[in-house]
Design a protein around this ligand. Structure first.
Ligand code: SF4
Ligand code: SF4
Length: 100
């Protein structure tokens, strides 16, 4: 079961700039991402918006497939900076592993 946590976006701010709330879910980043599968990175950004931290941790291995090519950030019409958000999520996942 996914727990909804509206405060999660604030929680991850200390791991990097969090612009996920700017995203309006258009899908442009998922369409241009060379990893195009299963709506990456859009779905990760959506998980932040609804505070689904368990989904992020369960799918954490996907974050390390990101090439940091920056294409998603360049094409996002909302300046939600999805590439940078993915980097912040990596830091968040590593911090959680260290605590566990
Ligand atoms: S391109 Fe930007 S606004 Fe569109 S889904 Fe991706 S992050 Fe959200
Ligand atoms: S930076 Fe990562 S998420 Fe963004 S388009 Fe490149 S591979 Fe995909």
């Amino acid at each position: 079961m996914t727990l909804i946590n509206p405060d999660f976006a604030e929680e991850i701010e200390r791991f990097g700039q969090n612009t996920a709330l700017e995203c309006f879910n258009c899908g442009t980043c998922a369409a241009i991402c060379p990893l195009i599968y299963d709506h990456f990175p859009r779905k990760m950004i959506r998980y932040i918006q609804i505070g689904a931290k368990d989904r992020i941790l369960e799918n954490a291995q996907e974050l390390w497939r990101c090439l940091h090519c920056g294409l998603c950030t360049q094409t996002c019409p909302r300046e939600a900076d999805p590439g940078e958000v993915i980097l912040g999520l990596k830091r968040y996942v590593v911090a959680n592993w260290r605590r566990s």
